[in-house]
Design a protein around this ligand. Structure first.
Ligand SMILES: NC(=O)c1ccc[n+]([C@@H]2O[C@H](COP(=O)([O-])OP(=O)(O)OC[C@H]3O[C@@H](n4cnc5c(N)ncnc54)[C@H](O)[C@@H]3O)[C@@H](O)[C@H]2O)c1
Length: 332
């Protein structure tokens, strides 16, 4: 298999590349990544020559065409991903998420290459806090709230249209919130872990009632591998691990794991337009492809993630001060 992974120097793409390289040592793996602030060559360094890293932009049509021509399948992770950044600078989101996905679609169309497009449950907007029986399914109407989710929604629509109009061999997946190794310290869980590891106080947006449906990155990537192997072309698969937790509950579990008092945190200004609740019904994926999450003990998976950040300070420490300065400027 000749595999092209876009965004493979970022959080989920790098975890995917590590697992794929370990499980399929004979495969040719190429990562294309523009190494924005969110990507790092260091993340792929442990893989040595098992992976070729091409530093380039997915909006570069000539480069993408050349890379897709040499691949049997493309797994498309590359995107601008941080909601807060999309509120202050949406332009990069339109470029990478919409124009970038369009560029990949045109290349896979020309070369007849299999594509799996990675997306988020945030395309569905949010759910009320007081209706626990309602969860997102593949039939839930799109209703994105932020420039991030709007551009991801648009990229999903492009993929669907390219399947229908040009018979591109693509599948899609929309996953809930991931956690695990190599996640940028700007994101909620690694931010709190590294705050505590650097002697700062943990921070909580608003009252912390907002609910996210957490999944370990390895479970997300196992689902992606299952979809690549057996997914139906044109199908959208929702990936989730039935792990709804309020931000307050996540933070208090983390404080407990790290030996702090459960009230040892600061409330900070809430995010503008903050989605209330995400929840995924992943039964279609489980029934059709036999996938199930393995990391179902959330406190244990969170404790393992804390251990990873503790052991890999050299990976995240250079990023930490600048990220916190940005949050402080926004009162968060
Ligand atoms: N993190 C989550 O909880 C989550 C949940 C569901 C879906 N997703 C989706 O998974 C994918 C990966 O998310 P992540 O959390 O790993 O993101 P990330 O921000 O950690 O990594 C994104 C990577 O894409 C690269 N990139 C960005 N723009 C690029 C461009 N124009 N050309 C080439 N490379 C570019 C960055 O350098 C970075 O390495 C995204 O498509 C995201 O929407 C993320």
């Amino acid at each position: 298999m000749r595999l092209l992974v876009t965004g493979g120097a970022g959080f989920i793409g790098a975890n995917f590349t590590h697992s794929w390289a370990n499980e399929n040592p004979g495969d040719q793996i190429t990562v294309v990544d523009s190494l924005t602030y969110a990507g790092s060559a260091d993340t792929l360094a442990p893989l040595g020559e098992a992976v070729e890293l091409v530093v380039g932009d997915i909006t570069d049509a000539a480069l993408v065409d050349e890379l897709v021509a040499g691949a049997d399948a493309v797994v498309h992770f590359a995107a601008e991903t941080h909601v807060d950044n999309s509120l202050t600078g949406p332009s990069a989101f339109v470029q990478s998420n919409l124009v970038g996905t369009f560029t990949i679609l045109e290349a896979v169309r020309r070369h007849g290459t299999r594509l799996h497009h990675i997306s988020t449950d945030e395309v569905y907007g949010d759910l009320p806090l007081d209706a626990p029986d309602i969860r997102f399914t593949a039939d839930t109407p799109y209703n994105p709230s932020s420039p991030y989710s709007a551009t991801k929604a648009g990229s999903d629509m492009l993929v669907r249209a390219w399947v229908r109009s040009f018979r591109v061999a693509a599948t899609l997946s929309n996953c809930s919130n991931n956690f695990g190794p190599y996640q940028h310290v700007e994101k909620f869980i690694p931010r709190q872990i590294t705050n505590l590891l650097t002697g700062r106080r943990a921070k909580l947006y608003g009252a912390g009632a907002n609910v996210r449906d957490w999944i370990h990155v390895e479970d997300h990537n196992a689902a992606v591998r299952a979809i690549l192997a057996g997914g139906r072309i044109g199908q959208t698969y929702l990936i989730g691990a039935d792990c709804e937790r309020s931000n307050l509950a996540v933070l208090q579990t983390l404080l407990e794991i790290m030996g702090h008092d459960p009230d040892d945190f600061d409330h900070v200004a809430d995010r503008a337009g903050h989605d209330l609740r995400y929840a995924i019904d992943s039964s279609a994926l489980r029934e059709e492809l036999g996938w199930a999450p393995a990391h179902t003990d959330f406190p244990a998976a969170l404790a393992a993630t804390v251990d990873w950040y503790r052991a890999n300070e050299a990976w995240w420490a250079p990023l930490k001060d600048a990220v916190e300065a940005g949050y402080t400027e926004r009162g968060q």
